[in-house]
Design a protein around this ligand. Sequence first.
Ligand SMILES: C[S@@+](CC[C@H](N)C(=O)[O-])C[C@H]1O[C@@H](n2cnc3c(N)ncnc32)[C@H](O)[C@@H]1O
Length: 307
Amino acid sequence: MNLQSRSYRIVQENQNDILDFQINEADGERTVHPKNSLNEFTAKEWIAETVSVWVQRGLGAKHPDAQIEKQHPAPFSFTDVSRLILFFTKSGHLVLDPFVGVGSTLKACALEGRQGIGFELNPEYAQLAKERLEREVRTLFAKQHPQKVCVGDARDLIKDLEANSIDFVVTSPPYWNILHKEDHKAKQERIAHELDTRYGNDKRDLGNIHDYRQFLIELSSILGECSRVLKPKKYMAIVVSDFRDKSKYVMFHAHLAEALAPYGLELRGITVLYQRHKRIFPYGYPYAYVPNIHHQYILILQNEKKS
Ligand SMILES: C[S@@+](CC[C@H](N)C(=O)[O-])C[C@H]1O[C@@H](n2cnc3c(N)ncnc32)[C@H](O)[C@@H]1O
């Protein structure tokens, strides 16, 4: 998708008030500010993306290009990642995803002309990420920006990256061990279709850490290490969701943002990603209030470490 033909939507506070507008370079309207050091957006394009609620956009489960993605229990949508990449980088910039799964970030990078590096512990997902790039990225210029998938523990792989070498980090980590929960209705459906319900049994998998505090320490130390490789003042976007632990509601997004502050990763804002497509289950009915959690949070952090 190129910038010239892209149609942008501004979702204003009043959800009914949606303004569509078309950017057309032929009309001479695309003027990028000469001091814009962050991205290649015009003022209108920039402002549209700062609205703090986005509606998650996916291809739909039946789309031919959604078949690899479906084999992973918790992928994010490459179209949402594309929006982040276009806002936080320029063409050719280097993007890191330390928990790359089946490669949604790398697909977005390939489509948008950025170079991506992804770490993944589970070799099957890493292989699927490579296949996905071959099958689903058909743009001619994709070869000019090769994508890299590294198999192993993010804790080890990050050590091989040079300090201040990355322009943007975007990722979605395991959400503690929530995939282990037996009562999750969506999980029953995946079992019925013989699809993975957790990432694997590897002890190094953050999704297998039993203690929540320990999990937060391990996760923030990996993301903290990402701040070493991220250039000063550059951004990190982390897609997470809150969750329930039995009847207790866990504000994972808030805990993680707090845990990252000591690493110089300062929270600049949160975008709510509305997952309109998700099915609604009658949790709690007719005894108690139990939410259908139909949104994720995109934590936007800036690297304030000293260079
Ligand atoms: C939420 S998923 C990411 C999905 C990805 N965004 C996608 O769209 O495919 C988290 C991933 O982190 C991986 N993971 C867990 N612990 C890891 C570790 N220590 N090092 C590298 N990857 C790890 C899991 O195997 C899983 O694929």
